[in-house]
Design a protein around this ligand. Structure first.
Ligand SMILES: Nc1ncnc2c1ncn2[C@@H]1O[C@H](COP(=O)(O)OP(=O)(O)OP(=O)(O)O)[C@@H](O)[C@H]1O
Length: 307
């Protein structure tokens, strides 16, 4: 179990993590999600004692991780899959790591087998593809059989097969009663692997919920294409209705059904060329939730609200 209580990290006048309180439970895969710069890595570093909180606490199994007796056996972490001596073989890398906590060949070979690297175990790590490197990083995290796993962007760069593999592995680890926390800024990947979501934006919690409830919280939207878009958007604007202009003549409405929009347009003699309900998806719920907290955005017009 990981417990965050009012966890805060300030760099200069920037709050990278701003009073996060959450409990990450054993037995489920928790996805830690947020746009670039949201504070995910900083939070994970504080959990691992690699960064000191400005205030608040991060506890692993009831105490700060730095004070854990056998750190490798307490928390398995993948923070940077490239942090490997590339000249060493995968097996030697794990043997060297294992030697620090009395883990020998048998366990190393077992872990190599479980991440599917047995056949390339003698190849130098620098010859590994991105996906193989991620597998090696995960092998290192699993080595001492920890009860808590913390994986930063573990599916980054993996192909669909690799993502499937991680999903099954994480499910198995959670089913064994472990605490599994993994971060990503991509909802599409998270949707495939997590049961529970902790969503942050600009250092603050935006959602702490199951994936199913997260999807349900998004009522879906209706896409409207109309040559009278401005007049129609003005007509539809009201309490509980959100209108987002995607491009000239096309906007998205939340809070009204397609039939209500169609009837209103008809009554006011406004033309509609397209009226399409969009089923709620995790991706759309996520984009909606984090829209105002995206720190680095390439284009703004797509998110502009209609007048
Ligand atoms: N050592 C540091 N010094 C100053 N600012 C920092 C430092 N580390 C992180 N930050 C800032 O804190 C904020 C949170 O960064 P962090 O890396 O935790 O975000 P993230 O959610 O992991 O992002 P990404 O998805 O891009 O990895 C960012 O604005 C970042 O620029």
């Amino acid at each position: 179990m990981i417990e965050l209580r009012q966890l805060t990290k300030t760099y200069g006048d920037k709050k990278a993590v701003d009073g996060i309180t959450a409990t990450i439970r054993p037995g489920v895969v928790t996805g830690f999600l947020g746009p670039n710069g949201a504070g995910k890595s900083t939070t994970m570093r504080m959990i691992l004692g690699l960064d000191r909180p400005t205030s608040g606490t991060a506890l692993v199994n009831g105490r700060p991780y730095v004070s854990a007796g056998a750190p490798l056996a307490e928390v398995g972490a993948l923070l940077d899959a490239k942090a490997v001596d590339g000249g060493r073989s995968a097996r030697n890398h794990l043997l060297a790591l294992g030697a620090t906590v009395g883990i020998g060949r048998r366990r190393v070979d077992e872990v190599l087998e479980s991440v599917g690297l047995s056949e390339v175990a003698h190849r130098p790590a620098k010859s590994f593809s991105l996906g193989m490197g991620q597998r090696l990083g995960i092998a290192a995290a699993l080595l001492a059989d920890p009860a808590v796993l913390l994986l930063d962007e573990p599916v980054n760069g993996l192909d669909l097969d690799g993502i499937q593999w991680i999903r099954e592995l994480l499910r198995e680890l959670a089913d064994q009663g472990r605490t599994v926390l993994l971060s990503s800024h991509l909802m599409s990947e998270m949707q495939l692997v997590a049961d529970h979501l902790l969503v942050i934006g600009q250092g603050r919690i935006l959602a702490d919920t199951t994936i199913d409830d997260f999807i349900d919280s998004d009522g879906g939207a209706v896409v409207v294409v109309s040559p009278d878009a401005s007049a129609l958007a003005r007509l539809l604007t009201g309490d509980g209705v959100t209108i987002t202009t995607r491009e000239a003549g096309r906007f998205e409405v939340r809070g009204l059904t397609a039939s209500v929009i169609g009837d209103l347009a008809f009554e006011h003699r406004l033309r509609i060329h397209e009226l399409t309900p969009v089923t709620a998806s995790l991706e759309s719920a996520y984009l909606e939730l984090t829209r105002d907290s995206v720190e680095y955005t390439a284009t703004t017009p797509a998110h502009r609200k209609a007048a």
